[in-house]
Write a protein that binds this ligand. Structure first.
Ligand SMILES: Cc1cc2nc3c(=O)[nH]c(=O)nc-3n(C[C@H](O)[C@H](O)[C@H](O)COP(=O)(O)O)c2cc1C
Length: 214
């Protein structure tokens, strides 16, 4: 009897793992693709949230969906990306979202958040109080192994930094359009980030962007 129970449980667990899904992954709502203020109004207004008065109100999944999509989502009916980089391969700049309910990796194909852990690590990843109190912090991580053959043209990691610059500016503009402040920051507790995001050899955290609704 015990053997049958063990066999049954292993089949269930096996199916779950094979599907590659975890119960705690979050399918994001469809991103907003229309409306909002014009691009030139947003560019004129573009500013970082200030360190002394960074807003702390919650960012809804609908809003996070639009911001992540702007940063590096699929557009043109799935035929392209808001910031192209990998020609369909896994991206060489990934975005993680750190929130009170856990650590998540943004999957640009599925437009979903893949749970890395359910721990609240906000106070571990930064020494800055306003970051620790932010409802959501995006962390940009370069993954050199996903450069593939392009690594030959990657003097001084130029391709990865070029992509993260475009992604972060898209985050600024989309966030502001939704009444959300952000701030591009290179200061972080890199060791803690590496540990809590479970990064491996080729993966390096390069910047963080806290988000807060005004
Ligand atoms: C490369 C770079 C790194 C930055 N790193 C930090 C940082 O670690 N901490 C911080 O508070 N601001 C940092 N900033 C500053 C803000 O992101 C912001 O750009 C600056 O305060 C100018 O404000 P503005 O975006 O409103 O023009 C950095 C800016 C740049 C360009």
């Amino acid at each position: 009897m015990l053997r049958r129970v063990i066999l049954f449980l292993s089949v269930i667990i096996g199916c779950f793992t094979a599907a590659g899904a975890s119960w705690a992954d979050i399918k994001l709502p469809e991103p907003k693709r229309a409306g909002g203020e014009g691009i030139f109004v947003l560019l004129e207004r573009r500013a970082s949230g200030t360190r002394g008065a960074f807003p702390r109100n919650a960012v809804a999944d609908e809003e996070l969906s639009a911001i992540l999509w702007a940063a590096t989502g699929r557009n043109r009916d799935g035929g392209g990306w808001t910031v192209p980089m990998a020609g369909g391969r896994p991206p060489y700049v990934k975005i993680y979202a750190v929130r009170p309910d856990g650590v998540f990796l943004y999957d640009w194909d599925e437009h979903s958040l893949v749970e890395i852990s359910s721990k609240n690590v906000l106070s571990d990843i930064s020494g800055d109080g306003f970051v620790r109190e932010s409802p959501c912090v995006l962390i940009f991580v370069t993954d050199a192994k996903n450069l593939g053959s392009m690594s030959r043209a990657n003097g001084n990691n130029a391709l990865m930094y070029t992509a993260s610059g475009a992604m972060s500016q898209n985050v600024y503009l989309a966030a502001d359009s939704l009444g959300i402040s952000t701030r591009y920051m290179i200061s972080m507790n890199a060791g803690e980030v590496t540990r809590e995001l479970r990064l491996e050899g080729d993966e390096t955290p390069i910047c963080i962007m806290p988000l807060g609704k005004r």
